[in-house]
Design a protein around this ligand. Sequence first.
Ligand code: NAD
Length: 331
Amino acid sequence: MIPGDGIGPEIVEAAQIVLDALGSPFVWDVRQAGMAAIQKVGDPLPPETLESIRRTKLALKGPLTTPIGGGFRSVNVRLREEFGLYANLRPVRTMIPGQRYDNIDLVLIRENLEGLYIAFEHYVPIGNDPHAVAIASGVNTKAGAYRIIKFAFEYALRHGRKKVTVVHKANVLKVLTGLFLEAGREVAKEYKGRIEMNDRIVDACAMQLVLDPWQFDVIVTTNLFGDILSDLMAGLVGGLGLAPGANISESAAMFEAVHGSAPDIAGKGIANPVSLLLSAGLMLEHVGRREGAQRLRAAIDRAINQDNTRTRDLGGSASTREFAEAIARRL
Ligand code: NAD
């Protein structure tokens, strides 16, 4: 358990209250990362934290403040690299009915290690302008594409989903994302008759997600497109405060709130813990406790919609703790 920075410790405390009420199977080994760890030991990702994740293969993580300057690399990126967390899982589901979009139930699966986000980029100077030209290269491997697309089809099978949409830009980036589409078509053959596959160009997909999101089921895509579309999809259900996230590989799985450390409201006890709670639900599913995850989601739903307990960002006045206690009562 990594409390993290800003509102992290507040929402982590809320998660502990709720998971205790659920009778969760987890025993917490609390470790530091981010600014909290820099202040304590001078390292945003101390070896003890890495060692703990290596041993348990699981982490529930609050948001981390990325220090600006000081030469520290993003802890989130380091964690992804360290454990090869190639699959980013972002389900979005309507929690509060009667908003702009109702009955949303979609899953975005994003390749987490390759593509343009390897940040292989440089400037080319011309004359006395050192920044005259900027060049970035993307790298997609066949093995990486197969692995994530297979992950998406397997996820669809396990969760009773019907369709996987492969999102790409193969009409322009014919090599970089053409390879991804090719892999999608290959993998789909193995699931013929069980899971339907189609493909969309990323720009058309963005428009369709806004016009008619219900046509989608599971979406699988490359790193950059996935980053953008997953936030768009969170917007369909009311924003990042209600969307969980997970980063998964065979060597570890890390579950996290998708929002940041919200320094503007840190310490005020008003943060919404739902994103982290839903992420804890994904962690329960990951260890085979699907029934516990369903109970958790149902309790959050009832606390919000029947008891009308909401934090300020959801239009209510409950504190983080009151919200957590309302969910715990439902459990
Ligand atoms: P942010 O998500 O922290 O905040 C954006 C806005 O949303 C703020 O007004 C904030 O008060 C509100 N908000 C966010 N989470 C909320 C919650 N649970 N309940 C109620 N309101 C909430 O984004 P930011 O301000 O751009 O980033 C702040 C810091 O977080 C930065 O250092 C950034 O690098 C870091 N960050 C970390 C992660 C991560 O660890 N996964 C993700 C995004 C940003």
